[in-house]
Write a protein that binds this ligand. Structure first.
Ligand SMILES: Cc1ncc(COP(=O)(O)O)c(C=O)c1O
Length: 363
């Protein structure tokens, strides 16, 4: 049977014949395992992006010589859409995510994309697959745009063809069982990124390189690696898929974006909130020794990570060469909780969006 095609948007939409939504257990959503019925796709060839389309989610053909499989030329984004009520969904800061997407493209030698197509693709997917948007507080529809080199090309140079896709996935409440402070360890064996490299882009390869150190940290009983700078192993950078913040007395100290740290959208939102609340806010380099000194003299109040997945993630324990910092491992600090509440209230439409962070979609 032919799939129905509708052309009521800027691009053609091919509808699925059979929804897979019955496969989803909305009470037990596992992050990144189930994907909504439709996806967006646009290819780049002959020097330009071609006609975009929305089509049923599904496998596509790749060849063994596809450039991305060998040279890793690929970038992605990760953001969320939040159910507000039966008519409304909020996408959190899509413009900033799109700016970062294009920045990543420039660094990876991938052609940039325009915001109009990006937002219209997201809106179309959200409306078509609105049944897939979980409604419980804390849940969301995860939105994953990505672009990869799709030429058949066994040569270590930029591809001439690219494929841009967006898939969406219902995700559960991160804190269903309450905040769980994470424990971190530094490593002097591995580095994540170096200034001038691709660490400040959302490049696929950055993650592949971090899997082994993350696995070793897990085996030693830590949740994640706390990355230090690659040159001197002195300055705190970030964690897995989170940026990091320190509350020292009443100053929020966040590692400065020195070229090897991903500029997180949540990081930026937390800094904006802290400034708005009148806190002292410093974006600067901070050494791991300074963190230990602040802990020893009692001025270190809180440590927490920030990222799209959890919003904030309290840090309860840090190991650095056998020296340890132990904070309250049972509950998040007051400031981290205040950031979490302020951001999620805006995301779910429970608070006024005074910074203009949400993009409203009428479903
Ligand atoms: C390496 C890295 N750092 C930080 C973050 C947090 O960024 P955001 O707040 O935009 O999700 C992420 C997640 O995207 C990440 O992958």
């Amino acid at each position: 049977m032919m799939n129905e095609i509708i052309s009521n948007t800027k691009f053609d939409v091919e509808l699925t014949n059979e929804s897979r939504i019955h496969e989803v257990d909305f009470d037990n959503l596992v992050f990144g395992r189930k994907f909504s019925d439709h996806m967006f796709e646009m290819t780049y060839e002959d020097g330009q992006w071609q006609q975009p389309k929305v089509k049923p989610y599904g496998a596509f053909e790749i060849t063994p010589a596809m450039n991305v499989l060998h040279y890793g030329q690929a970038v992605f984004e990760g953001m969320k859409a939040f159910y507000v009520d039966e008519d409304t969904v909020h996408i959190f800061r899509p413009k900033v995510h799109h700016e970062r997407f294009n920045r990543s493209c420039r660094r990876l030698c991938i052609p940039e994309t325009d915001y109009d197509t990006f937002i219209e693709a997201l809106e179309t997917l959200i409306k078509l697959d609105k049944q897939w948007i979980p409604q419980e507080s804390g849940t969301a529809l995860y939105l994953r745009p990505f672009i990869f080199a799709s030429d058949d090309l066994l040569a270590a140079r930029s591809s001439d063809k690219f494929t841009y896709q967006i898939i969406t996935s219902p995700v559960g409440a991160y804190y269903a069982e309450g905040f769980n402070p994470v424990s971190l360890t530094t490593t002097d064996e591995y580095v994540r990124a170096v200034s001038g490299g691709t660490g400040d882009s959302k490049a696929a390869g950055n993650y592949a390189g971090s899997f082994l150190p993350a696995k070793k940290a897990k085996e030693e009983g830590y949740t994640q690696v706390l990355w230090l700078d690659a040159k001197e192993h002195k300055y705190v950078e970030e964690v897995g898929t989170m940026n990091i913040h320190f509350l020292i007395d009443d100053t929020l100290v966040t590692p400065a974006l020195t070229g090897s740290i991903l500029p997180g959208v949540t990081r930026r939102s937390i800094i904006a909130l802290a400034e708005d609340w009148g806190l002292n806010v410093e974006e600067r380099r901070i050494t791991i020794d300074e963190v230990f000194e602040a802990h020893e003299d009692g001025s270190l109040k809180e440590i927490f990570g920030s990222g799209t997945a959890a919003v904030v993630s309290p840090v309860g324990f840090i190991n650095h060469k056998g020296r340890t910092i132990e904070l309250d491992r049972e509950k998040p600090g007051k400031f981290a909780k205040k950031c979490f509440d302020a951001i999620t209230d805006i995301q779910y439409g429970r608070a006024e969006d005074k910074f203009g962070w949400v993009h409203e979609v009428k479903i």
